[in-house]
Design a protein around this ligand. Structure first.
Ligand SMILES: [Zn+2]
Ligand SMILES: [Zn+2]
Length: 351
């Protein structure tokens, strides 16, 4: 079968041919419906190397950690899944038996240091291929919903959903506001989730006017970047500041904007992995404002994301690529030329 393989550190992936995988005990073989291309894949093949100690991410393997597909074959001991039914894949793969994994939070697995990989497509074969093998417990049923457009939800939907859920206490009580910084794939879905599950005023900011137009169409009040950005945001909140801020970029200037915009007793969640530094200061920080980060989400939350998707409350903006164009998807992602989330669709004929 054809697959997009990450073969070497600091090397662009290859489109190559590898054997079709076989499901082991407790695993399922999926015929891939869609595989989303994510910025963290670019970090993996472009920025990381062995000196960073990320042995679980060492090549080679098939990329793609935002996957959906149809059940093709069940491994030993797997029952209750219908051949041909569509599922969304929960990407993270922990030990499966620690306290965190038992609550479906494989991202914070207690045995992470000794697990062989982080997730499907992050240390073990992912979904940028015609077929994918995953543990049966990682499958969330999609019913009759479109599995192709759903693929990015397993990261670009789940990651903002988890961050927002952890901030819901800050958005209760009426008259609250949320700020989304960075309107790429995750930020756009964050706007949709905030609109769907909270009554907060959603403020969104980005450097790209077309990204802001899209967020506005989904119910956000937009504020452009620039010297007045923080003043405008504070004005929209009646001077109080924002109750829950979500930074999907995470560079030093966006973290500063987040902390300058937050309200007293507000919460700032850094989701973007750019690693921007911030110098905390008692006198300039609003009282009891929290600064935290989050990583991906839980299996239970992915069920909730799928419910919102099936109810039509979340619609990922996707750009589809056939297998022949899979590398073009990564090239465009790296070059910043995508407007929606790139999804590789192996069954799609190439134009
Ligand atoms: Zn990702
Ligand atoms: Zn675990």
């Amino acid at each position: 079968m054809r697959a997009v393989v990450f073969e070497q550190w600091k090397t662009f992936p290859s489109l190559t041919s590898i054997p079709k995988p076989t499901p082991g005990p407790g695993e399922v073989l999926l015929k891939v419906a869609g595989a989303g291309a994510c910025h963290s894949d670019v970090a993996v093949f472009h920025d990381y190397d062995e000196s960073m100690g990320m042995t679980q991410l060492a090549p080679s393997y098939v990329l793609g950690h935002e996957n959906s597909g149809w059940v093709e074959e069940l491994g030993e001991g797997v029952t209750g899944l219908e051949i041909g039914a569509a599922y969304l894949v929960y990407g993270p793969i922990g030990c499966g038996h620690c306290a965190a994994c038992s609550r479906g939070q494989d991202t914070y697995c207690a045995n992470a240091a000794t697990n062989p990989s982080l997730a499907s497509g992050l240390g073990r074969d992912g979904g940028m291929a015609e077929y994918l093998v995953v543990p049966a417990r990682n499958l969330v049923p999609l019913g009759d919903a479109d599995p192709i457009a759903a693929a990015p939800l397993s990261d670009a939907g789940l990651t903002p959903y988890h961050a927002i859920k952890n901030s819901l206490k800050n958005l209760q009580g009426g008259g609250k506001s949320a700020l989304v910084i960075g309107l790429g794939g995750l930020g756009q879905i964050a706007v949709q989730i905030l609109t769907a599950i909270t009554g907060a005023t959603v403020i969104a900011t980005d450097m790209k006017p077309e990204a802001m137009e899209r967020a506005a169409a989904n119910g956000a009040v937009t504020v452009a970047g620039g010297p007045d950005q923080v003043a405008q945001i504070r004005e929209l909140t009646g001077g109080n500041g924002v109750d829950a801020v979500f930074d999907f970029v995470g560079i030093a200037p966006t973290v500063r904007t987040a902390m300058a915009s937050v309200a007293r007793q507000g919460r700032v969640t850094i989701v973007g992995i750019a690693g921007g530094k911030y110098e905390w200061d008692f006198y300039s920080t609003p009282y009891e404002a929290e600064l935290t980060n989050t990583y991906w989400g839980t299996i239970e939350e992915l069920y909730e994301v799928v419910a919102l998707y099936r109810a039509g409350k979340i619609t990922p903006d996707v750009e589809l690529f056939g297998m022949d164009d899979a590398l073009e998807a990564y090239r465009k992602l790296e070059a910043g030329e995508l407007s929606g989330r790139a999804v590789v669709v192996p069954s799609r004929a190439t134009a």
